[in-house]
Ligand binder design. Structure first.
Ligand code: GLN
Length: 414
């Protein structure tokens, strides 16, 4: 991730329109967010493209700390680029309701009535940058009225639940994010954000604990565990770390604990992961094993499951091929696009008790909210007490943005 950026002062007076305040070379989105925060900026647009030069996987936006600017008073945000809907969902999960734009003039037009000394910040990744600069050049000398005529409606904040009544639970729902320092290959930490937000939006008290490498694992009173993907090297390190604590994971799984394991950690839950002659011993808590192939399986993926009417979507990037034992149940019963577990049998992932193992990065949960809710519901069901059971079935949330991002992902498929 090394996105170019333009941060542009837009007082919407003709003078301001003709004068970008800063133009910068590629830096990181995260640094730009920090700059906006430091400057107290509150008018911003984020452009996200997924062309060849950008990379087709946009999961990294979940590694950007948009949360940092979410509480800026009067924040007005917009999302653009070929993956505008992914950006909109990311911002929503950061607590920012953003309107979709197809060009920067639509955003500038929408803030044309703001004070002339306010600054408009536009941040774009690689291929989104040149057209943005070109468009800004084309706007030089435009009158405020002309730009205002292109405005889109600002987001009104209604995508984010407000006035949420807290519900009573004997103790908060505890999410354990296992090894964020080793297993967070393609924005998988976004799954934790999605779980936490979807509980909070329902008033369900929730607590997230991160367990890092070297720390002892305590799964007592744990309701959901999330483990991301990792390179073979990190996977090996985690295997060493976890094998010594295998019994804790095994009893959590057998007790029906909710566990989301993505890619490398999904492989680790199986019996073994073979890299040629080398064998990484797995935890053996699911009926599967993985063998590394000669090439990597990379690309957008969509799979039909029994958990939702629409296919789940994501991005896969793995060398391992996972084979389920005959008695195991796949999560995805038929791969529409992509390869899934191994590219041969049409299966993707696995579902066992409360465990979901899957190759879906993206991260998986924000664009597949039914999967997030399945894990939450399963965790509440496992609690089994009256307070937890009273929350089922889960109150529906407004998933308009999530579904739009999902539908946009489906359109990317060949
Ligand atoms: N190391 C594993 C593989 O390449 C997992 C990669 C991942 O987590 N994306 O198969």
């Amino acid at each position: 991730m090394c996105p170019p950026v333009v941060v542009w002062g837009a007082g919407i007076s003709p003078a301001a329109l003709s004068r970008p305040t800063w133009l910068r070379i590629p830096w990181g989105f995260d640094r730009q967010i920090q700059s906006i925060k430091t400057a107290g900026g509150r008018l911003c647009a984020f452009f996200l493209n997924d062309n060849d030069a950008d990379g087709h996987d946009v999961s990294w936006i979940y590694d950007v700390d948009f949360e940092r600017i979410a509480d800026t008073p009067g924040l007005v945000a917009f999302a653009g680029g070929t993956r505008a809907h992914d950006m909109q969902v990311r911002l929503k999960y950061a607590g920012i309701d953003a309107a979709i734009i197809s060009d920067v003039a639509q955003a500038i037009g929408a803030v044309a009535d703001e004070a002339a000394d306010d600054t408009f910040y536009a941040v774009a990744n690689y291929t989104a940058f040149p057209p943005l600069v070109k468009e800004l050049d084309g706007l030089k000398g435009a009158t405020a009225d002309a730009v205002a005529g292109r405005a889109v409606a600002r987001a009104d904040g209604s995508a984010l639940p407000v006035g949420i009544a807290p519900v009573e639970l004997s103790r908060p729902l505890r999410i354990v994010y296992l090894y964020p320092d080793a297993l967070n290959l393609y924005g998988d930490g976004g799954n934790v954000i999605a779980l936490e937000r979807r509980c909070a939006w329902r008033g369900i008290p929730v607590r997230v604990d991160e367990v890092r490498m070297g720390e002892s694992l305590d799964l007592t009173d744990t309701d959901i565990v999330m483990m991301g993907g990792g390179s073979d090297r990190d996977q090996l390190a985690v295997a060493h770390e976890l094998l010594a604590q295998k019994d804790k994971v095994a009893s959590y799984v057998e007790d029906g604990g909710s566990l989301l394991a993505i890619c490398g950690s999904y492989q680790l839950l199986g019996r073994s992961y073979y890299m040629g002659e080398d064998r990484i011993e797995g935890l053996g808590v699911i009926a599967a094993e993985t063998v590394r192939g000669s090439d990597r399986l990379i690309g957008n993926v969509a799979v039909k499951t029994d958990l939702a009417p629409e296919p789940f979507v994501g991005f896969e990037n793995h060398g391992g091929r996972t084979l389920l034992d005959a008695e195991a149940t796949p999560l995805g019963t038929s791969v529409i696009t992509g390869t899934g577990n191994n590219g041969d049998d049409g299966f993707e992932g696995l579902i066992y008790k409360g465990v979901i193992g899957t190759y879906l990065h993206g991260p998986a949960l924000p664009k597949n909210p039914e999967l997030a809710d399945w894990l939450i519901a399963h965790a509440l069901e496992r609690r089994g007490d009256a307070q937890a059971t009273a929350l089922l079935p889960l109150t529906p949330l407004d998933d308009t943005y999530e579904h739009a991002a999902h539908d946009a992902a489906m359109k990317l498929l060949p």
